[in-house]
Design a protein around this ligand. Structure first.
Ligand code: ARG
Length: 257
């Protein structure tokens, strides 16, 4: 597993010092620096993950394409999921693309782009395990720290227990080792995981539909608008469709977005 500590981008310190702490890098500053600082988790296939030490995935390719649209070079940081938005608040990067569901709670802390995909959390269990919310009565469910799934499952009545782990892999292991009865996972992660572990996992219903967006710091309208414009361009010019087909075999954009 990767070390969860944020790797400081030391060479950017002189650039960072010029930014207003309340706002982060403006679009003009990003363009002047020639660099878009992106952050993701790196442990969340097929959205963002390491393949032979190279960071890749749908969100990584999309982030790179967005940087290209802005005319700057992408520089990536990988951080454990639960700390990603905190690092954004501390101005460690400009844009977070890590499958964050757009929620009213998160919107208090960050701004979100228009959704870059729509999906939902599914229940993943050993064959014969829980498939539906009703099946979760008395069962132990595992999810990632700071995820929308955790918040959702915690308020369901009759759950036998909730266990959190930092990565999807840890959660999957808990299910496989019977330390949990089920986990909530994005539908596309689940499809990916079931290909890696054939016959070992049962994918249940979507219990929590989500619109997923990229996060930028609040009060940074120029950067947010240019990210939205870049995404719209990529959605219109075929780049998005190509990437989406490559990773999911279908177009995962939100209806009418
Ligand atoms: N979509 C869920 C959320 O918004 C889970 C995201 C997990 N993403 C990740 N890179 N581990 O909380």
């Amino acid at each position: 597993m990767r070390h969860p500590r944020i790797r400081p981008l030391l060479f950017l310190i002189p650039v960072l010092a010029a930014f207003s702490p309340a706002q982060g890098a403006t679009l003009a500053q990003v363009k002047a620096s020639g660099v878009l600082r992106l952050a993701t988790e790196g442990n969340y296939p097929p959205f963002n993950y390491y393949k032979n030490k190279t960071l890749t995935g749908f969100e990584v390719d999309l982030g790179n394409a967005i940087a290209r649209q802005l005319g700057v070079k992408p520089v990536w940081t990988t951080v454990v999921f639960e700390s990603l938005l905190l690092g954004l608040d501390r101005d460690r990067y400009d844009l977070v693309i890590a499958s964050h569901g757009i929620t009213p709670d998160r919107l208090k802390a960050v701004d979100f782009s228009t959704p870059h995909y729509c999906s939902g959390g599914v229940l993943v269990a050993r064959p014969g395990g829980p498939r539906t919310i009703a099946d979760l009565k008395g069962k132990v469910v595992t999810m990632g720290v700071n995820t929308t799934y955790l918040k959702y499952v915690q308020q369901l009545p009759g759950i036998g227990g909730v266990k959190t782990f930092p990565t999807t892999n840890d959660q999957l292991n808990a299910v496989l080792n019977k330390r949990a009865d089920a986990m909530v996972l994005d539908r596309f992660n689940a499809i990916d995981a079931s290909k890696v572990l054939p016959g070992k996992l049962q994918i249940g219903n979507i219990i929590f539909p989500e619109r997923i967006g990229m996060a930028v710091r609040k009060n940074n309208p120029d950067l947010l608008n240019s990210v939205n414009k870049a995404l719209a361009t990529l959605m219109a010019d075929g780049t998005y469709t190509k990437l989406s087909e490559q990773y999911f075999g279908q177009d995962v954009r939100c209806p009418r977005s």
